[in-house]
Design a protein. Sequence first.
Lengths: 113, 111
Amino acid sequence: GNSVTQMEGPVTLSEEAFLTINCTYTATGYPSLFWYVQYPGEGLQLLLKATKADDKGSNKGFEATYRKETTSFHLEKGSVQVSDSAVYFCALSDIYNFNKFYFGSGTKLNVKP
Amino acid sequence: NAGVTQTPKFQVLKTGQSMTLQCAQDMNHEYMSWYRQDPGMGLRLIHYSVGAGITDQGEVPNGYNVSRSTTEDFPLRLLSAAPSQTSVYFCASRVGGREQFFGPGTRLTVL
């Protein structure tokens, strides 16, 4: 079956530090992969996505590369800001039914000034 | 556009009570979904709909009913609430293979 595993948080960084949040997945075939961000008290927002192997998704300084060899989609940012403090979710969509999304457990990021 | 709206924001129920969580979108999206978010478990799909009159089960459908009589609305019904249904519920919508838009959520506590 489909599943997504994320590194446990919380992750606490100082402003301008480098961020990596690990995400690995198990799935049939090559699903589309997503990173969502959730700010306190809000719903999830799409941060970036990749639809095929070796694709790199990027947005707002965040990047993630679809690695089929390692079934991974790690999120990175070169220099985090306090405003990046949020919960980040890795997700995939079933290749046979795009309506079925599978989310990781989320990683809370705290960025200190 | 208001996007995806959910009501109520907070709700406390007693075991055995029934209620309906409302979800509406004004973007003319064909696909709508309900998720629950529990600590340490991420979001899990409850039910989804691919258009008016068409619904299907997700990963955790037991204890929940849905219907889709219009494109705009996708209510989630709890017929007999249980403490295990204490969670934060999110509604989402999208068109085609594009981005999902999430509502702000409903925090439900069942005593």
